[in-house]
Design a protein around this ligand. Structure first.
Ligand code: NAD
Length: 439
């Protein structure tokens, strides 16, 4: 294998290596395009027909990749998309970027990883380097993937190499595109770590090798647990400050003037996306198998999950007070503005505004939404359509909830024409209007 490994090493360094990216979503597509832009030959493997059809029409479906970038690498013959794994016979490096959702609360679902790895094992050539990027619990690479790849009698270090390298992409963050985010790499052996590090050095400014896959897996979960816990803490402080008549936003601004030992986090209506709400629960689950219960993760997760309900309670209390209504709020009309989980990203996974709409619907409150990125929604078997944001429409609502901010929104227009605004994003920090109530 010595000569095979040096051959692979040379091909990686000379950019002659052929790469397959399995799963062309928010993580996989930008990564595949980055390799192709830097002159490497990349095949993307995707099982979702709708996404494949977009790629065949040379159209993007991910904010971080433009159709122009896609067309360039397609035209240069450096990128192609396939719906099966047969091409792996010609491939040197396979990078797995498939989803890792929760099966139910606190229970990881790594079936997408297992399914992809089984298909890779059936098709890969001898000497292939396999890298997992999907976020998962510590131990997945060694305890689950390695046995699956060795099941047919292959041996690591002889017939293939395996490493874990967590993806840290932040969709739509223009300051940190793929190549500027340092990449942590942990292989089963030193050779595997070295080969995987060389692969990423072709596109990423800084590569950080670590001693094992489980360190790399745990590092990613530390990053996301750090965020979950701090967001849970500041959400709790926001609720506490409201009770105490203190403006949390001003408190954060003041505390942020400390030049060391403090990092601001901001409260919000919850946390969405395919990372923060669920990744720490992978760690929680795995720790339980070692007889350890993480109180921090559970508490932060519970506080954050309560936020949509808290927002609805505050809004309905305001509406009652404003309309001098009795206990009944089912006559109220509420507009939720911004329903994606994140600013300017067309992704509804675990989006808190969806939970807010759900809570309002279940309370029998008339709720509509507006989002320039999402024309239609299906909620509790009801089809909803984004309303037209006109002066007349805005005037019809008892309260407008700013749930997610978008660059496309005209906040001055919304303020001028709304009767009352509940601002969960601190958009109206400088507005001197008693129409605005902040979280
Ligand atoms: N979205 C983020 O911001 C982000 C950031 C860092 C890490 N991650 C992690 O990266 C992983 C991928 O996340 P994502 O947001 O890109 O998910 P995604 O759902 O957008 O993309 C995953 C893609 O994999 C495809 N897929 C599933 N099984 C497959 C198979 N067997 N073969 C080929 N394709 C298959 C799906 O059809 C989908 O298009 C997850 O583990 C996630 O936690 C996500």
């Amino acid at each position: 294998m010595k000569s095979a490994i040096s051959g692979l090493r040379e091909r990686i360094k000379n950019k002659k290596v052929k790469i397959a990216v399995v799963g062309l979503g928010y993580v996989g597509l930008p990564l595949a395009i980055e390799f192709a832009k830097r002159g490497l030959f990349v095949v993307g493997i995707e099982i979702d027909r709708d996404r494949l059809a977009h790629l065949r029409r040379k159209e993007t479906y991910i904010t971080d990749v433009t159709s122009g970038q896609l067309q360039q690498v397609l035209a240069a013959g450096r990128f192609s998309a396939k719906g099966d794994f047969k091409c792996l016979k010609e491939i040197d490096v396979v990078i797995i970027c498939v989803p890792t959702p929760l099966r139910r609360k606190y229970h990881p679902n790594i079936s997408y990883i297992k399914q992809a790895v089984r298909a890779i094992a059936r098709n890969m050539a001898c000497g292939t380097l396999v890298i997992l990027e999907s976020t998962t619990y510590p131990g997945t690479t060694e305890e689950v993937i390695l046995p699956l790849l060795e099941a047919g009698g292959r041996r690591h270090g002889k017939d293939f190499y395996l490493a874990f390298s967590p993806e840290r992409i932040d969709p739509n963050n223009k300051d940190f595109p793929v190549h500027k985010i340092p990449k942590v790499v942990g292989g089963i052996t030193k050779d595997a770590t070295e080969l995987a590090s060389l692969v990423y050095r072709n596109i990423i400014e800084k590569v950080v090798p670590v001693s094992s896959p489980r360190v790399a897996e745990a590092a990613k979960l530390l990053e996301n647990t750090f965020r979950l816990i701090n967001i849970g803490m500041i959400d709790e402080l926001a609720m506490m400050c409201h009770k105490m008549g203190i403006d949390i936003w001003e408190v954060i601004e003041a505390a942020s003037t400390k030049p060391f030992g403090f990092m601001p986090f901001y409260p919000g209506p919850g946390v969405g996306g395919h990372c923060i709400p669920k990744d720490p629960l992978y760690l929680y689950w795995k720790a339980r198998h070692h007889g350890f219960k993480s109180r921090f993760i559970k508490l932060a997760s519970d506080v954050i999950n309560y936020m949509p309900e808290y927002v609805v309670d505050r809004v309905l209390t305001l509406v009652k007070r404003e309309n001098r209504q009795s206990a009944k709020t089912d006559k109220a009309r509420i507009l939720v503005i911004g329903v994606t989980y994140k600013k300017d990203v067309k992704d509804l996974r675990k989006a808190p505004p969806i939970d807010i709409i759900d809570v309002l619907q279940k309370k029998g409150v008339g709720v509509s939404y507006y989002d320039p990125l999402i024309p239609y929604l299906k909620m509790n078997h009801v089809d909803l359509k984004s309303i037209k944001l006109t002066k007349e429409e805005l005037g019809n609502f008892d309260c407008v909830i700013i749930a997610t901010d978008h660059s496309l929104l005209d906040y001055g227009f919304i303020l001028k024409n709304s009767r009352m605004i509940f601002d969960t994003r601190n958009i109206y920090r400088n507005a001197k209007s008693d129409k605005v109530v902040r979280l």
